[in-house]
Design a protein around this ligand. Structure first.
Ligand SMILES: *Cc1c(COP(=O)(O)O)cnc(C)c1O
Length: 354
């Protein structure tokens, strides 16, 4: 393998001069700030929001670096991890020329983001048991393939990908390999962050939206080499994480054990939900899940989905997705929510006139 970052980059990005924000020039918090045309009197909403936030979110990164055992310069924070996905495409893929490889069934944003950026998409379906097919994936690579997206645990199937297969792709592909670990906090395996030193082409994506319970704040993480992270920082909008979000995330990070408590409760709920679903004759398959949702196979998936909507219970219909025929995806809720779902789901099959 010969991964050369400068060769991978779009040429105009390699020579790009970043926007220099007012707050780039003076790092102190004390002073008379007449540089950014802000309102000096305060905010029109309760709270202190009249100053622009730290463009590099250094306080958060200091805490995260400790928690994740990486250097601060190996962390990128985005407006949701979706921003990191978009920026990776913008940095590496020439529109109308380059392509990415995705592995359906998988997270929909890779494809949407590529389409928005006019980047071609190549697809290699997962195997019947939703695992990677590394030989076929590597055979699909051409001179214009820049990024391969691997989601592990995978959405919507819920399973972790085999680690050896991921490594095989990392070692034999000269482009960027993104491992999306949005659900890693629920999985029985550890993050691949510890492998960053070994693979210069590895980018790991995580999020505060799932286990951390902060989806509304819109903040996601990318971990990679300092060089790749520097590129993401170069092309991001200057103030991409709001001050309010930074303040709340800092609070969350100051009590990192809270997340373990919540994950534990969700795992217990999942165990119970899986057991009850497995006990239902109408459910032909409950797929093994390393995440906070379960994928099930049923007859009449679409009808069940609409029946539940009428009951104001919203799950995800995946029945039109490749390899997921007749499948529904259910997020694990509170024990009460799971019970409400199970009762309505059971009631569907008891109707005399459907
Ligand atoms: C939910 C999810 C994300 C998170 O997106 P955010 O923009 O951080 O909210 C990323 N990847 C996958 C696979 C997801 O399911």
């Amino acid at each position: 393998m010969s991964f050369e970052l400068q060769k991978m980059l779009r040429p105009h990005i390699a020579g790009l001069k970043p926007y220099s924000s007012a707050r780039d020039e003076y790092a102190g918090t004390e002073g008379v700030f007449l540089d950014a045309n802000e309102n000096p009197f305060g905010s029109t909403a309760p709270g202190s929001f009249n100053r622009y936030p730290d463009p590099y979110q250094n306080e958060i990164k200091e805490k995260l670096a400790e928690i994740k055992s990486v250097n601060q310069n190996q962390i990128f924070l985005g407006n949701g991890s979706d921003e990191a996905i978009d920026l990776l495409l913008r940095a590496f893929c020439n529109p109308g020329k380059d392509n990415i490889i995705i592995l359906p069934p998988t997270y929909g944003m890779y494809e949407v983001s590529a389409a928005i950026n006019d980047v071609a998409i190549k697809r290699v379906e997962l195997s019947e048991d939703f695992q990677l097919k590394p030989k076929q994936i590597l055979a699909m690579v051409d001179n214009y393939t820049k990024v391969i997206f691997i989601c592990s645990p995978n959405n919507p199937t819920g399973n972790l990908m085999d680690k050896n297969s991921i490594v095989q792709i990392l070692e034999n592909f000269d482009g960027i390999v993104v491992v999306d670990e949005a659900y890693i906090d629920f999985a029985p395996e550890v993050s691949m962050i510890s492998e960053l030193g070994k693979y210069p082409n590895l980018v790991i994506i995580q999020t505060f939206s799932k286990a951390w319970g902060l989806a509304s704040l819109r903040i996601g993480m990318a971990f990679s080499s300092a060089e790749i992270i520097a590129i993401l920082n170069l092309i991001k909008p200057p103030y991409n994480i709001s001050g309010l979000t930074q303040e709340k995330v800092l609070k969350a990070l100051s009590q990192p054990n809270a997340v373990h408590g919540m994950v534990g409760k969700i795992m217990e709920g999942k165990k119970d939900l899986v057991k009850k679903l497995e006990g239902m004759a109408e459910v032909s398959k409950v797929y093994p899940s390393d995440a906070n949702f379960v994928l099930i196979k049923v007859k009449e998936a679409r009808e069940i989905y609409h029946y539940l909507i009428e009951e104001k219970i919203i799950i995800r219909d995946r029945s039109k997705v490749a390899l997921c025929e007749d499948c529904l995806r259910i997020s694990v809720g509170t024990p009460e929510e799971n019970e409400v779902f199970l009762n309505a789901f059971g009631a569907y099959f008891k109707q005399t006139v459907k």
